[in-house]
Every structure is written in structure tokens, then in C-alpha cells.
Write a protein that binds this ligand. Structure first.
Ligand code: F6R
Length: 639
């Protein structure tokens, strides 16, 4: 939440910062601002509304050229999205400008103290309190870094702060606690950003900043210290994707581009993690639900995750696995639970990260806590991981963002290689998360000796076929789903039903629709319907039903078909998502969307795709901005 950019170099900072903010706008888009420092002193402009409003204002009246600057795109926490509450905030009689991401929890008390000293505030934000305190210290010390060092111990909560001062041109001072900050290393210029997207078009050499560190950046130097002033060593890393990966590339939206990239996201997450034969598993997973062995022999390689070398104890010693995540990532976790329990025979609980630590959960050294986070910065998930570590649990992160805080603070990490995800609604990261969880489940099953090797090979081969299968769904079903969405543009509510691994997909289908089309949507376990929700069904009610493969479980399939009959008898309009060749579903559904054959546990990787396309098409039909839905931000860095 909130995007932050800083530049210190020789070029005109304003254009570089505006381009960086455009790449970070997914982090917040209710207002934006910029401050630069050059020969003329400090100049600042800020505007409520999307970044375009600031662009327009700068086009009408450009800031004087200046080689140092900071910029911010906001997701409001304290105070409405007005010009006054937009960042930067000024202090020291307008000579100091500061931007902030996070929440300063004790700001009320600090504000009262400053007000009683005669400080007048221009905004309702918690952030301006930090600006005022640092400004006051600057007046005393004449040095921005010293002012930071004096003030930071007084701030509670989460913050990334960047500040510039008119009297110290060429210098940006930054600090972070619990909120993200990355440095970009250039040649005669350096960058700061909430994530690498802020500067990846200029440099792919980056340094992640640790907890409670201060960074002083000039065109020629980067100095990192802890709050007490002790030097901190930091290892640079190379960003694994380039600026083109974070461009729309001709697609109507980032979401459309990212859904289209799903085959690649899965393939990249598998790459280098399967050794031995690369076989085709199409339709070969013929065992019972849970992936019993069967079918042809000798296909598929063996999962080997190099990042987990030396970490066997995490999986062998664990008595229990707890997966912590939020939103879409928590639905990926639910899918992972089925696979882990089936193949590794280990109890798995899935916990919403924000609920986890407030109920004193029973965890200890023999609990493996797996976090799932696209951004690696979600505050709720980060706090759950920290809590787990305090309790002595071991931690594994599944994350899509290199150098993010959650993987840095975990015992081990598996990166999903989905590439940058810019649209607020998570799509390609979701399928990459499920893919990573499948790899972990196969790995754990093998290590614990609970997974029959033949089943392991079949499932691995089937996993390797998923990219092609997703491409098939995209090619064959996009037009029809888009048409369906157009018919349904006036629908007021949509329900989603699933059983077994179809249940988390029903939840995800509903979440996607809610967040980008603002239509009421709910996902249910199909068997739960008769315990209450069936009362919602009235004539014409659209219901998506995820139908499990009859090849894997005739019983589950029959149960879902009977659930369809129950709702159809009450007038529901049923859109079934069923595998190719499932003829038994045809008489019971108004529409059938087909997915290719795969194994029972891998079906979510295919059944979710039509639901993502549907949500996107419906939002588009309603004329909504699918990439930047109202009230949301991509990376939720506040609790
Ligand atoms: C929904 C969505 C959110 C995120 C959730 C966790 O489309 O994107 O529900 O999944 O905020 O975010 P990460 O994965 O970054 O921890």
C-alpha cells in the first residue's frame, strides 16, 4: 500500500520519478505527489485522484529541473484522499519534504505533543507527524540523517520514510520498519523504491533493506546503517525480469496480460525443479481422488527443489503444517492442504494470517509454518510469520517477489516465478502459488516416504502438462465466457459452488468477481448449500458449479450433479465447469465450460481460469477499471 520512489543522480528527477510512480500505481491510487531538490531549492506538487491528475498538473506547470527527488502514490489510511492529505508533507518552513508508507500507530500522542509546542498541521495524516518531528530535529542538527536517527525510536508501527531537504541537495535519507524499501544501484545515480518495479527500467541491480535500517543515498553512494548508526552489510541481487515484463504490452489491461501469462507463470515455477524425464501426463492421472497410482508407467521426472537442499528437516521433523496467507493466497493454501495431506500424510491447517496470532495457536518447533504471499510484504502475513518464529516454529515462504521481507525473515523460501503482477486482482500469481504448493507436497511426500514413487511421477508429469492445458482453456473458452459475461452485465449476484479442491476455487471465483466487478458473489462448498445458502436461490440466479472429474471419483461427481439438480429445481441458471468428455453433466447445466483432463488434485489450476476470465469480462462489460478496482491496493502493508 502506497508506492514510494526516490532518485539521486544527474538527470531531471521529476520525469524519472513520475515513470516510477506509474509502475507503482497498483500499490495505491487515490492521490500522488512529488518533491524535488535542485539549485532552486525544494519544489513540491501533489494532487488527489489518480496519477494522471498529477501528470496533468506537471504538464501545465512543470517543476524546475532538479537532480534529486521523491514521489508517492497513496492508499489512504488516515484522512480522506484530498490534496492536503496527499504526500509529500512539508516541515522546517517548507524546506523539508517527506513521504511515508505504513501507519504510525502512536501518531495521536505525538501530534498532541507537537501541537502543544505550537506546530500547526496541514493534513489529517499520521505521516505529517513524522515530517514535523524530523523537521524539528533538522532545525537542531542541520543534518537529515541525524534528524532521522533522533526521531525513529519514537515512532511506533510501520513505516518506510523518505525525505529530502533544500539545504542538502543530492541526498535522500530513508528508513524502514515493517514496510518495504529496495535500493536500485545505477551508474552515477541511485534509486529507492517500494519494490524494484520503481526503477527496473534503469537498473536491475538491487539491494533489499533490512528491518530497522536507515539508508542515505547520493548519486555516488549508498550507506546503510541500523537505527543506532552501526554500518549494515547488504548483498546486491539481480532482478530476474526486465521492464518489458511490467508493461501492458498492447493488452487492454494488466489483468488480461497476466491471465494470458499463466501458462508461462506455471512453466517458470516448475523450471529447474523437476529432474529426470519430462513426460506428458495428459489424462494419465487416473487414480482415485487424492491421486492414487495408476496409468502408464515410466512417465514423469522427480521433483527436486534446489532451494530446499539442506532443509529436509523442515519437512521430515514436522508433526504438522500450518499455512498462513490472506485473500487469494489463502485459497491457494486451501488447495495445497488437499495435496499435502494426500501425498505427505501430514495434518495441514490453513489460517487467515490476520486471525492466526490473535488466538494463541498451538505451535512449536515441530510445526512448519508455510506462508504464501505474492508481494512478500503483506503485513498480516509478515506478522504471522514473525509470531510463528517467536514460538519456535520453522518457516517456509512461498513468494513471488525477490528480496521481499517475508522470505528474508523465513528459514527457507521457494520463489514462484510468475513475473511482476501489476493488476490488483491476483491471477497468474495464484496459479504459480498452487504450482509451488504442489511441488512442496510432492517433495514432502517423497521425503516422508508416504508418496508412492509411481504416483509421484504421474503427478509430476501431469503438472508439467498444466501450462499447455491452461493455454487450451484460454484459446477455447475466452470468447464464450466473454459473451456470457456480457449477457450477465446486469446481474446483481452470482454464486459459486465446488467440492473437494473445487471448493477453494469457488471461493476464489467469488472473490475475483466481487473485487473487480463490485457484484455480490459468494462461494460455497456444494454440500453446505442445503444447510442454509440454498435459500438464496431464486429463478434466474446464476450459479457457477465446479464439477469434479468423474474419472477420478464417480461418487464426488454424482454428489455435485445432484447438488446441481437441487438448485436447478429452484430456478438457478447453472454454468458448469467440467472436464472434456463429461457428458453426464450436460442435461443438468445451462452452459458447460470445458477444461482438459488432468489429475484430481491439479484440476484447480485449470478450473480457476474460466472464473478469472469471467470476472474480468464482466467488469469490462460494466465499464470498470479492472486493474485498479475501487478501495483496493495491491500490496497490503498495513494490518
Ligand atoms: C485478490 C488479491 C488479494 C491478495 C492478498 C494477499 O485478488 O490479490 O486477496 O491475494 O491481499 O496478497 P499477497 O499474496 O501479496 O500476500
Amino acid at each position: 500500500m502506497c508506492g514510494i520512489v526516490g532518485y539521486a543522480g544527474a538527470r531531471d528527477s521529476a520525469s524519472i520519478i513520475m515513470a516510477g510512480l506509474a509502475r507503482l500505481e497498483y500499490r495505491g491510487y487515490d492521490s500522488a505527489g512529488i518533491a524535488t531538490v535542485g539549485e532552486h531549492g525544494l519544489a513540491m506538487r501533489k494532487k488527489s485522484g489518480k496519477l494522471a491528475a498529477l501528470h496533468e498538473s506537471l504538464a501545465d506547470a512543470p517543476l524546475p529541473a532538479a537532480p534529486t527527488g521523491i514521489g508517492h502514490t497513496r492508499w489512504a489510511t488516515h484522512g480522506a484522499p484530498t490534496d492536503e492529505n496527499a504526500h509529500p508533507h512539508l516541515a522546517d518552513s517548507g524546506r523539508l519534504a517527506l513521504i511515508h508508507n505504513g501507519i504510525i500507530e502512536n501518531y495521536g500522542e505525538l501530534r498532541r505533543e507537537l501541537e502543544s509546542d505550537g506546530v500547526a498541521f496541514a493534513s489529517e495524516t499520521d505521516s505529517e507527524v513524522a515530517a514535523a518531528l524530523i523537521g524539528r530535529e533538522y532545525e537542531r542538527t542541520g543534518d537529515l540523517e541525524q534528524a532521522f536517527r533522533a526521531v525513529l525510536p519514537r515512532l511506533e508501527g510501520a513505516f518506510t520514510l523518505l525525505a529530502v531537504h533544500a539545504n542538502q541537495p543530492g541526498i535522500i535519507v530513508a528508513a524502514r520498519r515493517n514496510s518495504p524499501l529496495v535500493i536500485g544501484l545505477g551508474d552515477g545515480e541511485n534509486y529507492l523504491g517500494s519494490d524494484v518495479a520503481a526503477f527496473v527500467e534503469h537498473t536491475r541491480r538491487a539491494v533489499a533493506i533490512g528491518q530497522d535500517n536507515i539508508v542515505t543515498v547520493t548519486p555516488a553512494s549508498v550507506t546503510i546503517t541500523d537505527f543506532a548508526g552501526t554500518a549494515v552489510a547488504a548483498e546486491p541481487f539481480d532482478v530476474s525480469w526486465d521492464a518489458a515484463a511490467a508493461d501492458k504490452g498492447g493488452w487492454p489491461s494488466f489483468m488480461a496480460k497476466e491471465v494470458a501469462e499463466e501458462p508461462e507463470a506455471v512453466a517458470n515455477t516448475l523450471r529447474g525443479r523437476v529432474r529426470g524425464e519430462v513426460g506428458s501426463g495428459v489424462g494419465r492421472g487416473v487414480g482415485a481422488v487424492g491421486g492414487g497410482a495408476g496409468g502408464g508407467g515410466g512417465v514423469g521426472g522427480e521433483v527436486h527443489i534446489p532451494e530446499l537442499d539442506g532443509h529436509d528437516d523442515l519437512f521430515v521433523d514436522a508433526e504438522r503444517i500450518v499455512i498462513v496467507a490472506c485473500g487469494t493466497a489463502s485459497y491457494a493454501a486451501l488447495v495445497g492442504k488437499y495435496a499435502l495431506e494426500n501425498w505427505a500424510r501430514i495434518p495441514v491447517d490453513v489460517e487467515l494470517a490476520h486471525e492466526f496470532r490473535y488466538r494463541d495457536p498451538i505451535i512449536g518447533p515441530r510445526t512448519l509454518v508455510v506462508s504464501i504471499s505474492q508481494s512478500g510484504e503483506t503485513m498480516d502475513t509478515l506478522m504471522a510469520v514473525r509470531f510463528a518464529r517467536e514460538k519456535g516454529a520453522r518457516t517456509l515462504a512461498i513468494c513471488n517477489t525477490q528480496g521481499a521481507t517475508i522470505p528474508r525473515e523465513s528459514d527457507a523460501v521457494i520463489y514462484t516465478h510468475a513475473g511482476p503482477e501489476v493488476a490488483v486482482a491476483s491471477t497468474k500469481a495464484f496459479v504459480a502459488q498452487i504450482t509451488a504448493l504442489m511441488l512442496v507436497a510432492l517433495h514432502t511426500g517423497r521425503l516422508r516416504g508416504t508418496l508412492d514413487p509411481q504416483t509421484g511421477r504421474l503427478e509430476t508429469a501431469a503438472l508439467q502438462d498444466i501450462p499447455d492445458h491452461i493455454a487450451t482453456v484460454l484459446a477455447q473458452e475466452t470468447d464464450r465466457i466473454t459473451e456470457l459475461a456480457h449477457w450477465m452485465a446486469d446481474t446483481r449476484s452470482v454464486l459459486f459452488l465446488g467440492r473437494h479442491v473445487g471448493y477453494p476455487i469457488a471461493l476464489e471465483g467469488a472473490l475475483k468477481l466481487k473485487e473487480i466487478s463490485y457484484i455480490h458473489a459468494e462461494g460455497f462448498a456444494a454440500g453446505e448449500l442445503k444447510h442454509g445458502p440454498i435459500a438464496l436461490i431464486e429463478p434466474g440466479q446464476p450459479v457457477f458449479v465446479i464439477v469434479p472429474s468423474p474419472r477420478h471419483s464417480a461418487l464426488l461427481h454424482a454428489k455435485v450433479v445432484s447438488n446441481i439438480q437441487e438448485i436447478r429445481a429452484r430456478g438457478a441458471r447453472v454454468i458448469a465447469i467440467a472436464e472434456e468428455g463429461d457428458a453426464a453433466v450436460l442435461p443438468h447445466a445451462d452452459e458447460v465450460i470445458r477444461i482438459p483432463l488432468t489429475t484430481a488434485l491439479l484440476e484447480p489450476l485449470l478450473t480457476v481460469v474460466p472464473l478469472q476470465i469471467f470476472a474480468m469480462a464482466l467488469a469490462t462489460a460494466k465499464g470498470l477499471d479492472v486493474d485498479q478496482p475501487r478501495n483496493l491496493a495491491k500490496s497490503v502493508t498495513v494490518e
